[in-house]
Design a protein around this ligand. Structure first.
Ligand code: ADP
Ligand code: MG
Length: 728
C-alpha cells in the first residue's frame, strides 16, 4: 500500500512552476480594471447620476429609485464590456467566507428574443433563499426571510463572468445575519464618538475613519498530497502526523528565497488582486515550512476587509491552477507555527491627521496621547470580549502555542511609550508633550523621540501591540473575517471615547483649561492600564498567566466559555449603547458560534476515529504480520538461536501491539465523547461537551503519531509531514 504514497510524493516533487500570465503594461495600468470605481463611474454615468452616487458613497445620502436605475444601467454596460453575463449580491454570512447567488442579465424581451437587463431595484436589494445560512434561530423563530442590500461604500467588481455587488445580509425583522452589517455600524459608532473628541483639538473635523492593514498568513500544500490526506480535505488540518525530523528549527524558511512554484502562484494572485483594486504590497516566506504571508497597503477598514475576503477567494482558486491547495486553517500542522491574520488598525480624521501617531506640536501630541490611552482603556475594559471575538475551533489550537499570542489579551507599548506614560503621570497636567529635538531638551517637558515611528521595539508574544502609528491585533485567526474583531474593538473604543468626552466636558465646566482637563481625565486611565493591561514581558510564560489572573484580566481558556462574554452584562450594555447589536442578535450570534464550534470539532472527531480504524490500524497490523512472518522464518532456519536473534523483532511486535491497543481504547473514548456531545440539544452545552471530544482527538493522535514513528515507512498510508511541508 505504501507505493501509492511514493508515487504521489514523487509526482508532486517533480512538478514545475506553471507559466504565469502577465498582462501587458505596468500594474498601475491595470490596477482596478475590474472595479466600478470613480473613474469608471465618471465614464459610464451622466454627471448628475455620478454626483448623486458620490454623495451616497461619501455622505450616506440614499439614492432615489430613478438614480439607482441609472447607476445599474451604467454598471451593466461596463460589466458587459468586460465579458460579464451574470450579477450577484456578494455577502459575508456567519459561515466565514463569502456567499453569492448568480442571476443572468439575460431577460426575455417579450417578443421571443432576449435582452440584457439590470435595474436599480436588483442593484439595491436581492432576496437569496437564506434559510440555510447560520442565523442562530432568528429566521426560524420569526419566519423572516433574509435579504441582501447593496453597500455602496465598497465598490462593485467583476469576478470571472459575474458582476459582484458587495452587500449586507439581514433578516426581514432587521437583525444582522452577516459580518458586514455590524462592522459598518461599529465604524460609524466609532466615528460618531471620536469626532467630538477630535473637535476639542480641531473644530473642523467631521469624520473619523478606521484603517485596517491585514497580514494574511497561509500554507500551501501540493494538491496531490492534499488529496491523499482525508483529514486535510475534510477539516482543513492534519489530525495526525509525526513531526518531521527537520521543521522550523533552523528558521531557514523565514524570508528565504520564495520557491519557484510558489512565486508563480503569488504572481498570479497579485495580478488578479491588482485588477480588483487590492493594493497588495508585501509577500514573503513565513517561519514554518510551506507557510507564506501576503499583505496590502492599509485601507479604510470596511473596504480592506472586503479586499481580504476577496483575496482569500482568489487565492483558493488560483492555487489549484498551480497544483496547490491553500490552507487558511489556524493550525494545519502540529508542532510548528500556525497562521494568523494580524490586524494593523488605526484611526484618522477627514483632515488627514493620524490619531495614533505623534502630532506636529504639543496639541497634536496631546490628541495622540488621548486616543492612544483611550484605546488601551477600552481594550482593558473589554479584554475578555476581544478575546472572544477571535476565538474559534481553529484558533484554539494556535493561541498560546508556537509564536502565537496567548489566550489573554494584554497590550505591548514598547519602552518609549511606556516611559512617556509614566512621565505624564508624574508631571503636572499642563506639561506640554513635545517631539524630542524640536525644542531642545526641556525640563518639565514630556518628550517623544523623533525617530520613534520606526523605532518601536517588537514583542512577538503580545496579542495587542503598539507599532509606532497603529495597534497590531495579532490574535486574529488566519481564516477569520476581520470584522469579528474590528466590530468589538471599534465598539469598545467608541464607548470609551464617549465616556471620556463627557468627563472632559465636566472638567472644563469647572473652569479647567482644555489641556489640564484632558490630562486630568487621562491620568486615572493611564495609571489603570499601566498596572493592568500593559505587559512587556514574555507572554508565553506560565508566570504571566498567574500574574494576569491576579491583575483581573480574563484568562479563560475554554473557547465555548469565552463566547459567553458576548452576552455578559457589560457586553450587552456596550453593544446596545453603541447601537450595534440588540440582545436578540447577540444571543443568536452566540448560538451560531457554539454550533459552528461543535460542528467543526465533531466532524474532526468522526474523521480521526475513522482514519484510526480504516487507515492506521490496518497499517499497524500489516507491519506486525511482517514481523511475525520474519519470526517464523527465523525459527525454521535457526531453530537453536532464533529467540536471541529475533529479540528486536519481538520487542517491536510488543510495542506495536501496545500502541494499537492504546489507539483502539482512545478511539472508543473519543467516540463516546463525541456521541455524548451529539446527544445534546442546547448549543452551549453541546459546545462544552464537544470541547471534551477535542481533547480526546489530541490524545488519540498521540498514539497514532507514535505508531507512525515505529511502523515500516513503506506501509504508512498517508503523506507524512516531511512530504507535506517540504514539497513545493
Ligand atoms: P510587519 O508588521 O510585519 O512589519 P508591515 O510593516 O509590512 O508589517 O505592515 C503591516 C501592515 O500594516 C500593512 O498592511 C501596512 O499597510 C499596515 N499599516 C501601516 N501603517 C498603518 C496604519 N497607520 N494603520 C493601519 N495599518 C497600517
Ligand atoms: Mg505585523
Amino acid at each position: 500500500m505504501g507505493h501509492l504514497r511514493f508515487d504521489v510524493v514523487q509526482g508532486a516533487f517533480k512538478k514545475k512552476a506553471v507559466a504565469v500570465e502577465t498582462p501587458a503594461g505596468k500594474p498601475s495600468d491595470y490596477f482596478g480594471s475590474l472595479v466600478f470605481g470613480r473613474s469608471n463611474m465618471r465614464k459610464y454615468l451622466d454627471s448628475h447620476t455620478y454626483e448623486r452616487l458620490i454623495r451616497c458613497v461619501d455622505d450616506g445620502v440614499p439614492l432615489d429609485a430613478a438614480t439607482a436605475d441609472k447607476v445599474a444601467e451604467g454598471m451593466k454596460v461596463w460589466a458587459l464590456e468586460h465579458g460579464a453575463t451574470h450579477v450577484t449580491h456578494w455577502f459575508q454570512p456567519l459561515t466565514e467566507g463569502t456567499a453569492e447567488k448568480h442571476d443572468a442579465f439575460l431577460t426575455p424581451d417579450g417578443s421571443g428574443g432576449v435582452i440584457e437587463q439590470f435595474d436599480g431595484k436588483s442593484l439595491v436589494q436581492q432576496e437569496p433563499d437564506a434559510s440555510s445560512f447560520p442565523n442562530g434561530g432568528i429566521r426560524a423563530t420569526f419566519e423572516a426571510r433574509g435579504y441582501t442590500a447593496w453597500d455602496p461604500t465598497s465598490p462593485v467588481f467583476i469576478q470571472d463572468d459575474t458582476l459582484c455587488i458587495p452587500s449586507v445580509f439581514v433578516a426581514y425583522t432587521g437583525e444582522a445575519l452577516d459580518y458586514k452589517t455590524p462592522l459598518k455600524k461599529a465604524l460609524k459608532a466609532l466615528s460618531d464618538a471620536a469626532v467630538p473628541v477630535c473637535q476639542l483639538f480641531d473644530p473642523k473635523v467631521k469624520r473619523v475613519y478606521s484603517f485596517l492593514g491585514w497580514e494574511q498568513e497561509y500554507f500551501l500544500v501540493d494538491e496531490d498530497l492534499f488529496a491523499a490526506r482525508p483529514d486535510l480535505m475534510l477539516t482543513g488540518r492534519t489530525l495526525m502526523g509525526h513531526s518531521s525530523s527537520k521543521n522550523q528549527q533552523l528558521s531557514d524558511h523565514y524570508f528565504g528565497a520564495i520557491p519557484s512554484r510558489v512565486a508563480a502562484f503569488m504572481k498570479d494572485v497579485e495580478t488578479a488582486g491588482y485588477r480588483l483594486g487590492i493594493p497588495l504590497k508585501t509577500r514573503h516566506n513565513e517561519v514554518a515550512p510551506n507557510q507564506f504571508e501576503m499583505a496590502p497597503v492599509y485601507e479604510e477598514a470596511n473596504l480592506a476587509n472586503d479586499h481580504n475576503q476577496m483575496i482569500m477567494n482568489v487565492m483558493t482558486r488560483i492555487a489549484r491552477k498551480h497544483g496547490f491547495v491553500v490552507l487558511f486553517h489556524e493550525k494545519p500542522f502540529e508542532g510548528i507555527n500556525g497562521s494568523g491574520k494580524h490586524n494593523n488598525w488605526s484611526m484618522g480624521t477627514d483632515r488627514g491627521v493620524q490619531l495614533l501617531a505623534p502630532g506636529k506640536d504639543a496639541k497634536g501630541n496631546l490628541q495622540f496621547i488621548t486616543f492612544f490611552v483611550n484605546v488601551l482603556a477600552a481594550v482593558q475594559r473589554h479584554n475578555g470580549l476581544l478575546k472572544a471575538s477571535v476565538a474559534s475551533a481553529g484558533n484554539a489550537h494556535r493561541l498560546g502555542a508556537h509564536e502565537a499570542p496567548p489566550a489573554i489579551v494584554s497590550a505591548f507599548l514598547g519602552q518609549t511609550m511606556t516611559q512617556v506614560l509614566r512621565k505624564l503621570l508624574e508631571l503636572p497636567s499642563d506639561t506640554p508633550i513635545e517631539i524630542a529635538g524640536k525644542k531642545g531638551r526641556g525640563v518639565g517637558v514630556v518628550e517623544i523621540p523623533e525617530i520613534f515611528v520606526d523605532n518601536t521595539d517588537r514583542n512577538r508574544t503580545s496579542p495587542f501591540a503598539f507599532t509606532g502609528n497603529r495597534f497590531e491585533f495579532r490574535a486574529v485567526g488566519s481564516s477569520a473575517n476581520c470584522a469579528g474583531a474590528l466590530t468589538v474593538l471599534s465598539a469598545a473604543v467608541a464607548q470609551q471615547l464617549t465616556a471620556f468626552k463627557a468627563a472632559v466636558d465636566g472638567a472644563m465646566a469647572q473652569g479647567k483649561p482644555l489641556e489640564t482637563a484632558v490630562m486630568d481625565c487621562l491620568k486615572p486611565l493611564i495609571g489603570q492600564v499601566l498596572d493592568t493591561l500593559c505587559f512587556d514581558g514574555n507572554g508565553y510564560s506560565e508566570e504571566w498567566k498567574e500574574l494576569a489572573r491576579e491583575r483581573g484580566l480574563d484568562t479563560e481558556s475554554s473557547v465555548p466559555r469565552m463566547f459567553s462574554q458576548f452576552t455578559a452584562p457589560s457586553s450587552v450594555e456596550l453593544f446596545t449603547q453603541t447601537g450595534i447589536y440588540n440582545l436578540k442578535e447577540l444571543e443568536a450570534r452566540n448560538d451560531v458560534k457554539w454550533e459552528t464550534y461543535s460542528t467543526k470539532v465533531l466532524i474532526e472527531a468522526r474523521m480521526v476515529a475513522r482514519m484510526a480504524i480504516n487507515h492506521i490500524l490496518p497499517a499497524g497490523v500489516e507491519y506486525q504480520r511482517r514481523l511475525l512472518k520474519n519470526l517464523d522464518l527465523m525459527r525454521q532456519n535457526f531453530p537453536d538461536h532464533w529467540q536471541t536473534m529475533a529479540a528486536t523483532q519481538t520487542g517491536l511486535i510488543r510495542e506495536c501491539s501496545a500502541l494499537l491497543a492504546d489507539m483502539k481504547t482512545r478511539t472508543d473514548q473519543l467516540n463516546a465523547a463525541r456521541e455524548a456531545a451529539e446527544a445534546l440539544d442546547n448549543a452551549y452545552e453541546k459546545a462544552v461537551a464537544a470541547e471534551k471530544a477535542a481533547s480526546a482527538i489530541g490524545l488519540l493522535r498521540q498514539s497514532i503519531d507514535k505508531l507512525e514513528e515505529l511502523t515500516d515507512n513503506d506501509l504508512w498510508p498517508l503523506p507524512k509531514y516531511r512530504e507535506l511541508l517540504f514539497i513545493n
